[in-house]
Design a protein around this ligand. Structure first.
Ligand SMILES: [Zn+2]
Length: 201
């Protein structure tokens, strides 16, 4: 049916390019856009474009930051600069921050090693992490908080191998997080427990 209404088909096609919108909610989102006020739609589009222009990855930890401002983690002297928690993406960082139980720094990898999808170690910020650890002797512990999926575990093992000669404590999340699960889907308490009861890798 949609193909017979080309303008509608075009919007659907654009939205299908957005991961997570290309689900059963797609038509609800389309309906929302078609019924929302033109002013609000304009404001939404402008906000997306302005945000895209204002935000960059921190050159140190790869967490999103405002171009003109210091990173909220690296630039905060109250945080513990001796501990770096390595996560796959920003979403997992949010899950950890929500626990309010972690005061160290982060390193966002940009995903996990996944040969089936053609994602190798060089596509992630792993070499950058190794260089960061070398350049910052104040870092004494690395927490590998990748997801408990085959890709996340393989990525953690790869990083642990790369760090084995560094004088560092390398730890990973406590068992208890269900296998195959993503941190961002976990409740706050489970993430907090996994982090506070971390074990040597
Ligand atoms: Zn940073």
């Amino acid at each position: 049916m949609i193909e017979k209404v080309p303008a509608l088909a075009k919007l659907c096609k654009e939205l299908q390019r957005v991961p997570y919108l290309a689900s059963k909610n797609l038509y609800r989102v389309v309906t929302h856009f078609l019924t929302d006020s033109p002013e609000r739609l304009q404001a939404l589009c402008q906000t997306i474009i302005a945000t895209r222009e204002a935000i960059v990855a921190c050159p140190e930890c790869c967490v999103w930051k405002e171009k003109e401002r210091p990173c909220v983690f690296c630039g905060d002297s109250k945080r513990d600069h001796a501990v770096v928690c390595v996560v796959e993406t920003w979403q997992e960082l949010i899950a950890i921050e929500k626990t309010e139980g972690y005061r160290g720094l982060y390193h966002v990898l940009g995903g996990a090693i996944c040969p089936l999808e053609g994602i190798g170690a060089d596509d992630l910020s792993i070499n950058h992490l190794i260089a960061r650890v070398t350049q910052h002797p104040e870092i004494t512990e690395i927490i590998l908080a990748t997801n408990q999926t085959p890709e996340g575990e393989a990525t953690a093992a790869f990083i642990a191998r790369k760090l084995k000669d560094a004088a560092l404590k390398v730890s990973c999340l406590a068992r208890g997080i269900p296998v195959g699960s993503h941190l961002e889907m976990m409740d706050k308490l489970t993430v907090y427990k996994a982090l506070s009861e971390r074990r040597p890798f």
